[in-house]
Design a protein around this ligand. Structure first.
Ligand code: CTP
Length: 402
C-alpha cells in the first residue's frame, strides 16, 4: 500500500488514451490512494462518468459552474485538498491552456489554482507531439515545474501510426507518482550498493590529462534509483558536472587507480554496479612538471600502462558482492562482446549499450540498452536514462530477493 491515503486528483482530458485512465484508477486504488476524478467535456466523449466514478468509488467532477459542487467543495478546495494533481491523458489542448494560464473549464481552473505538485502524462498523435507549438508548451510547462512522464514511442491506440505520442502505461505512471510522493516501496532497505560513474582522468602532466566523453548521467541516475529503493549507496564518481544525487554517499576521484582503491575500501557490499567509463590505460610515468615544447620541434612520446580493471577485480574478489553488474560500451557486435565480458569480468549482468556516435548516447539523456545475463538477453526500448535506472533497480531487487 505504497500510496495509502494519498489523495490524487486525476484530471482526464479528451483523448483516446482516456481508456487507459480507467486502469490507472484501479492501479492507484490498489495501492491505497484516494482518487478524485475530474473530467473535461471532451473526455466524456471517450469514457463515461459512470465508468470513471464506479472505478474511483468517488464523485466525478466535471463542471466549473456547478452550484451544487461549489457549495459542497468549491473548485479552489478541490485544487488544493490533494497530495498531487495528475493529468492523464494530458492532451495538446489542455497542455496549451496550462502553459498559457487559461482557465475556461474546471480542469484548467484547477490547474491554475492548485499549489500541489502536478504530473502530466501527455498522449497525442506523434505529429501533434512534434508540432512546434506543442513542443513550446511542453518546455514551458517543464520550466514552470510541472513534472512529465512520457509520451512513449510505439503504436498509437487508433492504429496505423507509430511514433512518440503514446501515453505512458498505468504502472509506469503509478511508479512516477510513488517517486514524486516518495512513497515507493523500499525493497533494497538494509542492502549496500557501490556504483561507479563518470569518466576517469589520467594525467599526462599537472595540467593535461586523457579523458573520455562519459557524462556520468547513467551512473548517477542508477545511484539515485538505488537510494530511492532504500539501498545504502556509495557512488564513486570521476570528474563530472552533475550534482551529487540526494541521499547517496559520494566519493570524488580522478584516476582509475583512485577509483579502484575507493571501491575496494567500500567492500563488503551486496550490489556493485560499475557504470564508469574507466580509462583502460594511464600514462606510465606522468610528468611531475608541465611538459614544455622543445626548441627543435620534437614531440613527446607517451608510454602507456594498463589500468586496473575494477569490474573484473570486484567480480573475482573474495568479498565479491552477491550481484555484480557491468556496463559494456560498444560500437559493434554489441551482444557477442557483452556475453564475452560477462565471463571475463565475473559479472552476473552486463548492460550493453551502443555508443556509436550517431546514437548520441554518450553525454545524452536517453539510452537504448540490452541486458545480458547467463539466463539470456533482454532488449529494452529506447527510454530516458532515469527510466533505465529505475527498471534496472527493479531487476536488481528481483535477482537479489528472488
Ligand atoms: N571497467 C572497469 N575498469 C576498467 C575498465 C572497465 O571497471 N579499467 C568496467 C566498466 O565500468 C564497465 C565494464 O568494465 O562496467 C566494461 O568496460 P568496457 O570499457 O566497455 O570494456 P573493456 O573491458 O575495456 O573491454 P573492451 O575495451 O575491449 O571492450
Amino acid at each position: 500500500m505504497t500510496l495509502k491515503d494519498k489523495r490524487i486528483l486525476l484530471i482526464i482530458a479528451g483523448g483516446i488514451a482516456a481508456y487507459k485512465s480507467l486502469d490507472l484508477i484501479r492501479r492507484l486504488r490498489e495501492r491505497g490512494a484516494v482518487v478524485i476524478p475530474v473530467m473535461t467535456r471532451a473526455a466524456e466523449e471517450f469514457v463515461t462518468q459512470l465508468a470513471v466514478g464506479a472505478l474511483a468509488a468517488h464523485k466525478v467532477h466535471t463542471d466549473l459552474f456547478s452550484r451544487e459542487d461549489e457549495i459542497d467543495v468549491g473548485h479552489i478546495r478541490l485544487a488544493r485538498d490533494c497530495d498531487l494533481v495528475l493529468v492523464a491523458p494530458a492532451t495538446a489542448d489542455l497542455m496549451g491552456k496550462m502553459a498559457n494560464g487559461l482557465a475556461n473549464d474546471l480542469a484548467s481552473t484547477i490547474l491554475l489554482a492548485t499549489d500541489r505538485p502536478v504530473l502530466m502524462a501527455p498522449a497525442m498523435n506523434p505529429k501533434m507531439w512534434s508540432n512546434l507549438a506543442v513542443s513550446r508548451n511542453a518546455s514551458q510547462l517543464l520550466s514552470d515545474g510541472v513534472r512529465c512522464i512520457g509520451p512513449m514511442r510505439g503504436e498509437m491506440a487508433e492504429g496505423g501510426e507509430a511514433g512518440t505520442g503514446r501515453m505512458a502505461e498505468p504502472l509506469e505512471i503509478v511508479a512516477e507518482v510513488e517517486k514524486l510522493l516518495d512513497t515507493a516501496s523500499k525493497p533494497l532497505a538494509g542492502r549496500k550498493a557501490i556504483v561507479t560513474s563518470g569518466p576517469t582522468h589520467e594525467p599526462i602532466d599537472p595540467v593535461r590529462y586523457i579523458a573520455n566523453r562519459s557524462s556520468g548521467t547513467q551512473g548517477h541516475a542508477i545511484a539515485a534509483a538505488l537510494a530511492r529503493a532504500g539501498a545504502d549507496v556509495t557512488l564513486v564518481s570521476g570528474p563530472v558536472t552533475l550534482a551529487d544525487p540526494a541521499g547517496v554517499k559520494v566519493i570524488h576521484i580522478e584516476r582509475a587507480e583512485e577509483m579502484r582503491d575507493a571501491v575496494l575500501a567500500e567492500l563488503p557490499a551486496d550490489i556493485a554496479v560499475m557504470v564508469a567509463a574507466v580509462a583502460d590505460w594511464r600514462v606510465a610515468s606522468a610528468s611531475g612538471e608541465k611538459i614544455k615544447k622543445s626548441a627543435d620541434g620534437s614531440v613527446p612520446i607517451l608510454q602507456f600502462a594498463e589500468n586496473p580493471d575494477i569490474l573484473k577485480t570486484v567480480g573475482h574478489h573474495e568479498k565479491r558482492p552477491k550481484l555484480v553488474i557491468g556496463f559494456a560500451a560498444e560500437t559493434n557486435d554489441i551482444e557477442t562482446n557483452a556475453r564475452a565480458k560477462l565471463d571475463r569480468k565475473g559479472a552476473d549482468l552486463i548492460v550493453a549499450n551502443d555508443v556509436s556516435p550517431e546514437t548520441g548516447i554518450m553525454g545524452g539523456k536517453r539510452n537504448t540498452v540490452t541486458i545480458v545475463s547467463r539466463d539470456g538477453i533482454e532488449r529494452w526500448p529506447e527510454m530516458s536514462k532515469d527510466d533505465v535506472a529505475q527498471k534496472l533497480v527493479a531487476v536488481i531487487a528481483e535477482k537479489l530477493l528472488g
